[in-house]
Design a protein around this ligand. Structure first.
Ligand code: DC
Length: 642
């Protein structure tokens, strides 16, 4: 991506523009309020001038109610190759665009799951999206090129792509953001006319529950107006719980023993269900369930106090997993809760006092809070959702988490269930089954490397053609198979391929190369050379890799953690390929595809084949999002079992 146009220079648009500009993309800025675009430009987010020719991508960052109209206008003006929006709801705008009769192959709805209580360009920061989920909602019609542009945008913003269906996204954000926001407002509203003496007693609990109620109502009216149905459904469920709870509390007031017991059971039920839901809120980095110890330190409200705690922890070699501060009402003191690994408790204690006891003069007026009856603090379970239903919980953000989780340090690795152990995924299958889009999106979502092995065979074919080697002569091909230097870049947001230093990403997709690649890739010397390359790339991928091809599960990586074999009917595959080749006719594409599959399946050396232990996924009736979700789920299950 070289050029972009950001339309709407509020908090999100300007933050995305700042991130893109920082990565060397030429960003043009547009806003219905020119003053706002000028402000964003002054902040270094780009230039507030219209581009002279179509840019690579237009990012529409308008409020949900206006997003369809702004997108439609941009598409009619033809300002870009691909169009993305970043509105917080996805189903409604898409339906509005469909109703306008626009060709939506160049459009992809997205939603970065981050924000602040403040709005406008002055609140923008280039790191707003770092480590946060960024939802992409491609459909069957979305161009692969546009999906690639979206993945690149997400990568530039250092966010974590999560592919979802648009309506599933809207239900998920209703659950983890919109409904909690209203509930927070309703709780905070109780304080409006409350006695001053009562308000003075506010502690951390009510601070946590009401923090998000401070947001701008106008912005929230826009958001809720765009997603009223799912939010109303969920609030209806909350209302049922409220009715039950009120009934149970009234029963507790009864003089009848049996009724009181019933009331207590009712209250216990809602509290226990609350516990069960709360442990599903992802913790630091969206990591797997994990128990931390809480070490509490009472500090004076003075400069340098936190720095001293953190410095001591650093000297003791202790990683502070998370931190929470409770402010003592009416006192110049606060309780700092440090979440650490259980084994780190003693290390901290040894550094700051004996056995986790008081710290004495180090932290004046206070020190380590003495251990309770069950040790130096209660275990804090930090949990993540089950893979069968990962999204609502993996999307949990600061809105539905306690404020302290926002302090999780550093750049978060991708949000994913299970520990970040290296994982090798082999995805094989014939062309047109969605292998590339699936593999790329899965790798990006899980923070893995990505390797398109077909591109390597195409690259060596391109070199043979460019050097006049007779494609009909396997001996001639074998003799020079070791000559070209093929280098594959494995970033899923920007997979590159060079031959002897020349970028061949474009030339390897020509009809000429496509028609010759099966013959070249059937030569055993070519396969041996490319297989070696593939194995060394897989071995050097620190976090793991998704490798797509024809013989990955059978020959290249027979010990892969997960093997997927994608299939689809010839009709579906031909339709997808001719869509990708823009206007190519389906019948001739179908014939070429069947011919190439037959050649790839019948060659002697490692033909296209399903490994015995591969999971076969027929993608004929599935959307790309469904296939991606399916593979992500399977990877999660494999990781959990590792
Ligand atoms: O995935 P693709 O269409 O870009 O692959 C191009 C060709 O490369 C395909 O027709 C067969 C060959 N290939 C192979 O033989 N083994 C692989 N692992 C990947 C591709």
């Amino acid at each position: 991506m070289r050029t972009a146009l950001v339309i709407g220079t509020g908090l999100i648009g300007t933050s995305a523009a700042l991130a893109l500009a920082r990565r060397g993309v030429v960003v043009h800025l547009e806003d219905h309020d020119p003053e706002q675009a000028r402000t964003a430009a002054a902040l270094g987010a780009g230039i507030d001038e219209a581009p002279q020719s179509p840019v690579d991508v237009a990012v529409v960052a308008a409020p949900p109610a206006h997003v369809a109209a702004v997108l439609a206008d941009a598409m009619r003006r033809g300002v870009a190759r691909g169009y993305l929006d970043v509105a917080s709801v996805k189903g409604g705008p898409r339906r509005e665009l469909e109703a306008l009769g626009l060709d939506l192959s160049a459009y992809l709805g997205t939603h970065p799951m981050s924000g602040r209580e403040k709005s406008g360009p002055l609140a923008a920061t280039a790191d707003l999206f770092e480590g946060r989920p960024w939802v992409l909602t491609p459909t069957r019609d979305t161009d692969t090129e546009v999906l690639n542009l979206a993945l690149e945008l997400v990568s530039h913003c250092r966010a974590v792509p999560v592919v979802m269906d648009a309506d599933a996204h809207d239900r998920a954000v209703a659950l983890v953001s919109h409904m909690p926001h209203l509930v927070s407002s309703m709780v905070a509203a109780r304080l409006q006319n409350a006695e001053e003496a009562a308000v003075r007693l506010c502690g951390q609990g009510i601070r946590d529950v009401t923090r998000i109620a401070a947001s701008d109502p106008r912005m929230w009216i826009d958001i809720l107006s765009a997603n009223p149905g799912p939010v109303a459904d969920l609030l209806g469920d909350v209302a049922d719980d409220l009715d039950e709870t009120v009934r149970a509390l009234r029963a507790l007031q009864s003089s009848d023993e049996g009724k009181r017991r019933e009331g207590a059971d009712g209250i216990e039920d809602v509290l226990r269900r609350g516990n069960a839901g709360q442990v599903r809120v992802p913790g630091k980095h969206g990591s797997a369930p994990h128990a931390y110890e809480v070490v509490a330190v009472l500090i004076d409200d003075q400069p340098g106090q936190l720095a001293r705690i953190f410095a001591d922890a650093g000297r003791a070699g202790v990683n502070i997993e998370d931190v929470r501060i409770e402010h003592a009402t009416g006192q110049q003191a606060g309780l700092v809760q440090l979440m650490v690994e259980p084994k780190a408790v003693d290390m901290l204690g040894a550094r700051c006092g004996s056995g986790g006891g008081r710290c004495g003069s180090r932290y004046p007026a206070s020190g380590w809070v003495p251990p309770g009856p069950r040790g130096p603090g209660k275990a804090l379970p930090v949990a993540v959702g089950r893979m069968s239903d990962p999204y609502p919980v993996t999307l949990c953000g600061a809105h539905s988490r306690p404020a302290a989780h926002r302090l999780a340090p550093g750049r978060c690795p991708p949000v994913e269930n299970g520990a970040a152990q290296p994982v090798i995924v082999a995805i094989d299958g014939p062309s047109g089954t969605g292998k590339s889009s699936t593999s790329k999106a899965v790798a990006a979502q899980l923070g893995l490397s990505y390797l398109d092995t077909g591109a390597q065979y195409r690259a060596i074919t391109w070199w043979m053609v460019s050097n006049g080697i007779d494609i009909e002569d396997p001996t001639a091909i074998a003799a020079v198979a070791g000559k070209p230097e093929i280098v594959s870049g494995t970033d899923p947001a920007d997979p590159t391929i060079t031959v002897d230093g020349t970028d061949v990403a474009g030339p390897i997709r020509t009809q000429e190369v496509t028609s010759k690649v099966s013959a070249v890739s059937a030569v055993p010397e070519v396969r041996a050379r490319i297989t070696e390359l593939q194995r060394s790339l897989a071995a050097s991928a620190e976090r793991g890799i998704v490798v797509e091809g024809r013989d990955i599960g059978t020959t290249v990586l027979p010990d892969a953690d997960l093997k997927i074999f994608l299939t689809a009917s010839p009709e579906a595959r031909a339709a997808r390929r001719s869509g990708e080749l823009k206007g190519a006719d389906v019948q001739s594409t179908r014939e070429a595809l069947i011919k190439r599959d037959a050649a790839d399946s019948s060659r002697k050396t490692s033909p296209l084949a399903k490994a015995d232990d591969a999971v076969e996924v027929d993608t004929t009736e599935l959307t790309l999002t469904q296939v991606i979700e399916c593979v992500v789920t399977l990877v999660g299950e494999k990781r959990a079992a590792k």
